[in-house]
Design a protein around this ligand. Structure first.
Ligand SMILES: [Zn+2]
Length: 412
């Protein structure tokens, strides 16, 4: 029996729908279900046969979905959506035989994105990122996380986060912002990583926190980026400012990133290809979500798989995200990310969909308000032209989205 919110008529009642509620990270399927919406929140999600009254007496508007499936709106919990330029030319050069060093010497790589992002106006950054966000929305995304990290100086990091916040206002999508000042070492700090971390902790983080521009703080902890000690300095500062943390961990080597994230009770640790069983156990103990990024694995042609069996055995919630970024994952489709999570990482379609809904919400600290079809949660829903929820991860390049409701309002 599904609980329902009573008191006044609902705004909308969707009937003749099959529901993948994703409660507890499972399909939680309800065939011949109905969803009631009031004040932007879910007022009912359960069997149509258990509705407390006739549809016309429950809601001002009733819409039949003709047997379509309804899921929670998809959540892309790890993106670098705001950036200047792109790296298509570099992609081409590599396939023509240029080495990483050739490209770096010609000014390519992340440095080129940093330069383009510093040079771009706020308007231009917003236009480019909005186009990418619209592609994500096209296949059902209603909440997105956006990281800074291509400014690597205070004004540009602030600019990126302001653009990220603006995108939420422009599109109606819930945008969660993450400060990733410790993403890479800017060229002007070459060989002086500790001095750059001083800048991140002493100037950038306090400025970002004072302007309330970040919902979380992230670091790229890796041999080619920042050490566990430098990461811990940033996390200590984030904790002092009351900001939760996330971590790019163990993508290219096991640097103990997962355990470090757990030590700071991180919301999530992300990538995790080289995470040890010990790291997995630490994450389980801390309630840290594992965010898998199959787009980067694919694009970089990685071969080392994240420890999926160990994550499952330890009961670590697994999320899946696009990692949309110009260098290693120019991916703007959550549905394709779901397919890749299944084909490359061997997640089941149910695990992949949980990774884009319930567990992705948890990775953003939104587990209580988003990610499942449950009474009281945000009425973020997608109706799909599919016969079973597995089709969302199965099809490649298809887009069966029929309609999206964001906080109960039909989105374009
Ligand atoms: Zn990333």
């Amino acid at each position: 029996m599904a609980a329902a919110i009573f008191g006044g008529m609902w705004d909308l009642l969707l009937t003749d729908a099959n529901l993948a509620t994703m409660r507890g990270g499972r399909y939680g399927a309800i065939e011949r279900g109905a969803v009631g919406i009031a004040g932007g929140r879910i007022a009912y999600a359960g069997p149509a046969g258990e509705l407390p009254d006739a549809p016309g007496r429950l809601a001002r508007e009733v819409e039949s979905l003709d047997g379509r499936w309804v899921t929670p709106g998809l959540i892309d919990c790890h993106t670098h959506l705001v950036y200047g330029g792109n790296r298509a030319r570099e992609f081409e050069q590599r396939l023509q035989g240029a080495t990483y060093e050739d490209i770096a010497r010609a000014g390519g790589g992340i440095v080129s994105t940093v330069r383009a992002t510093r040079d771009a106006s706020e308007t231009r950054l917003a236009q480019d990122a909005a186009a990418r966000l619209r592609r994500l929305m096209d296949d059902g995304v209603t909440t997105v996380e956006i990281k800074s990290g291509y400014g690597l100086d205070t004004p540009t990091e602030i600019k990126m986060l302001r653009v990220a916040r603006l995108l939420g206002e422009l599109t109606g999508v819930d945008v969660r912002t993450t400060f990733l000042g410790a993403h890479a070492l800017p060229p002007e700090y070459a060989g002086r990583a500790d001095a750059y971390i001083d800048l991140v902790c002493g100037e950038m983080l306090p400025a970002v926190a004072a302007a309330q521009l970040a919902d979380a703080v992230d670091v790229f902890c890796e041999r080619i980026a920042f050490s566990p000690e430098q990461t811990a300095r940033v996390f200590d500062r984030a904790a002092a400012l009351g900001l939760p943390v996330k971590l790019h961990a163990d993508q290219l080597s096991d640097s103990g990133g997962a355990a470090l994230a757990a030590r700071f009770h991180a919301l999530s640790a992300e990538h995790l290809e080289f995470t040890s069983e010990e790291g997995v156990r630490a994450m389980a103990g801390a309630g840290t979500v594992a965010v898998l990024l199959p787009g980067a694995f694919y694009f970089l042609r990685e071969t080392r798989l994240p420890p999926i069996d160990a994550l499952r055995a330890a009961g670590v919630p697994i999320a899946v995200a696009t990692d949309c970024n110009p260098g290693s994952s120019p991916l703007t489709s959550m549905l394709l990310a779901l397919n890749m999570a299944c084909t490359l990482f061997r997640l089941t379609p149910e695990e992949a969909l949980a990774g884009a809904t319930a567990h992705a919400a948890q990775a953003l600290g939104l587990g209580a308000s988003h990610g499942t079809l449950e009474v009281g949660k945000a009425a973020d829903l997608v109706a799909w032209d599919i016969e079973s929820p597995a089709e969302l991860a199965y099809a490649m390049g298809a887009n069966p989205r029929h309609a999206t409701w964001k906080r109960g309002v039909r989105a374009p």
